[in-house]
Design a protein around this ligand. Sequence first.
Ligand code: PMP
Length: 354
Amino acid sequence: MPRFRRILDELPAYRAGKAVVSADGRSFKLSSNECPYDPLPSVVEAVATAAREMHRYPDPASAALTDALAERYKVPREHLALGAGSVTVAQQLFEAVSEPGAEVIYAWRSFEAYPLLADLAGVTSVRVPLTDETHDLQAMAAAITPATRMIFVCNPNNPTGTANRSEELTVFLDQVPEDVLVVLDEAYREYVRDVDVPDGLGLYPDRPNVAVLRTFSKAYGLAGLRVGYLIAHEPVASAVRKTTVPFAVNAIAQAAAIASLAAEDELLERVEAVVKERTRVRETLLGQGWAVPPSEANFVWLRLGDHTGEFADRCAVDGVAVRPFGAEGARVSIGSPDANDTFLTAAQAFRTEL
Ligand code: PMP
């Protein structure tokens, strides 16, 4: 038998959201926080054009996409590092800080990939419980030790949708030692409407130890193509670039991301529609009697405790896939109005049966 690292036997599996189908053939996937709209024709066209060159390797530096992002966010191109989805960029960050005894702090519950990436990179996870489903930044600052190398702040948080505000975040950042990297995971930034929730891009310029993580998977609708990026000062971006595998971001993904930036106005209109639906879904759920914290992302969190599993099963009967988390709650993505209506009907039915 070949021998592998022992950690592989204990690794938590990453559970991807799966679609379910009702007896009458309906299926609404609200379990992966995807964009509910079909790709834009201009993006499909860019993909088709790029596909004609698929026998060639992609540009390993993603230069054209880097330029487009630098222009879009008015940042120096040296401040950018791209990867095959932001989860890959996160993995590169874990690799970059990994050394014997290194600790990485993150909130729990938060994005499920963090513990997996920590274990893979051989760093110790330090999990700080959420308070009221929100990052407890004071407790996270208190958890810093001389072994801390990195802190992930998922803002808004997956799976609770809650976000930390400017004042508490800046107080926290001021407490973090300069040699500890703070990663603001802003996968859902485009859905934030609370003006007190800071944009990481406004925070990082004065802070060499702060990095912002973004993705094309959610608001830009490219989950299937895998493009994410980091924006931070040059030494941080450079550490990420060094930990990549060659040609990680494929040519079709690069072309689609460039076309998506060109079509940003249209994509952000769709985000606006999702935000409106988010308000409607949350208010309806509150009206039904569920506990739902305010969400700044493209999903809502239902505090369900022991009923979590049954709730997900009841939704599945109507063809609605939601994401249950143990005996804590369920995360439900905002989908098309039709999908949301079907979900709300299932939630009401479950409530009545309780
Ligand atoms: N960060 C957070 C908080 C997420 O929820 C996700 C996706 N579920 C990611 C990062 C990774 O997204 P991607 O790899 O598709 O860019």
